[in-house]
Design a protein around this ligand. Structure first.
Ligand code: ZN
Length: 275
């Protein structure tokens, strides 16, 4: 890993990823009978064949054996099983002495770089705490209580549109009372989390009446921290159906962003998109 000498940006140089197939030539590797799923399964996880980091730090999570489904389309009890699997993997990876932070994430859609359409997510186990993760905890991140941008409040959980989003769609979900990570989350909270996550993702698909591309990740408390607040971030680059907003020159140059969607208006729309 390298650090830019002037900006401190961290960059992993991963040449091996260049040889990764853009699309497998012999069918979907995640469908039953495929390369990574020889036996029938409901959900499963395994070490990534094309890891971005060494030492079995990168895993793949298959949400369902149904190629055409999605996290949003699964039942609450199936999403809950995924939450349980995420918790188990977090526990196993955090018990390693060479792991400080476990990041669970998903890239859904070709627009955000997913190479395989089959519903799946990933897990990275870092040997350090990434800068952005650190910054949010150090700045005492906690749920945003502004009612103009909140669009779901249910069973001790809330979802809202963020105050200063870089991307057109930027949503956060968190428990109203602090929970550090998945491993310490109660059974009741895991169910409530599965429900609100599913609800948010369904609204996201209703927003553009389409399978909206998104990036989603879970922020959990790293080792040696005591104030981390479990939360999940979901962003979409779409500013309209099929229209991606690219982060462009002036933004890359300055680190200042120009977002065409108004967060309060988006929250209002998402509030109206309940089933
Ligand atoms: Zn498949």
């Amino acid at each position: 890993m390298r650090q830019d000498p002037w900006l401190n940006t961290s960059v992993h140089i991963v040449e091996s990823r260049q040889s990764r197939p853009n699309l497998p030539s012999d069918g979907c590797p995640f469908c039953v009978g495929g390369l990574e799923a020889k036996e029938p399964y409901e959900i499963k996880s395994f070490v990534n064949r094309w890891p971005a980091m060494p030492d079995d730090r990168c895993e793949v999570v298959l949400y369902t054996s149904n190629h055409d489904s999605s996290l949003a389309e699964l039942s609450t009890s199936n999403v809950k099983k995924i939450v349980d699997l995420w918790a188990n993997r977090t526990d196993a990876l955090m018990s390693r002495s060479d792991v400080q932070n476990v990041l669970i994430f998903e890239n859904r859609g070709r627009e955000v770089g997913a190479t395989i359409d089959h519903p799946h997510g990933q897990i990275y186990a870092f040997d350090h705490v990434p800068e952005r993760t650190k910054k949010r905890i150090d700045n005492s991140w906690q749920p945003d209580s502004d009612s103009t941008r909140r669009f779901i409040e249910k069973d001790g959980w809330a979802a809202w549109v963020t105050y200063a989003p870089i991307y057109p769609v930027s949503i956060e979900i968190a428990p109203v009372k602090r929970i550090a990570d998945l491993t310490t989350m109660s059974e009741t909270d895991r169910i409530a989390f599965a429900e609100i996550l599913r609800d948010v993702l369904q609204r996201l698909d209703r927003l553009y009446a389409s399978k909206t591309p998104y990036m989603m990740w879970i922020n959990q408390q790293p080792k040696k921290y005591s104030t981390g607040w479990f939360n999940i971030e979901i962003i979409s680059p779409w500013r309209e159906k099929d229209i991606t907003r690219f982060i462009a020159a002036a933004e890359v140059a300055t680190g200042e962003y120009f977002n065409p969607l108004n967060p309060e208006d988006l929250a209002k729309t998402l509030r109206s998109l309940n089933s």
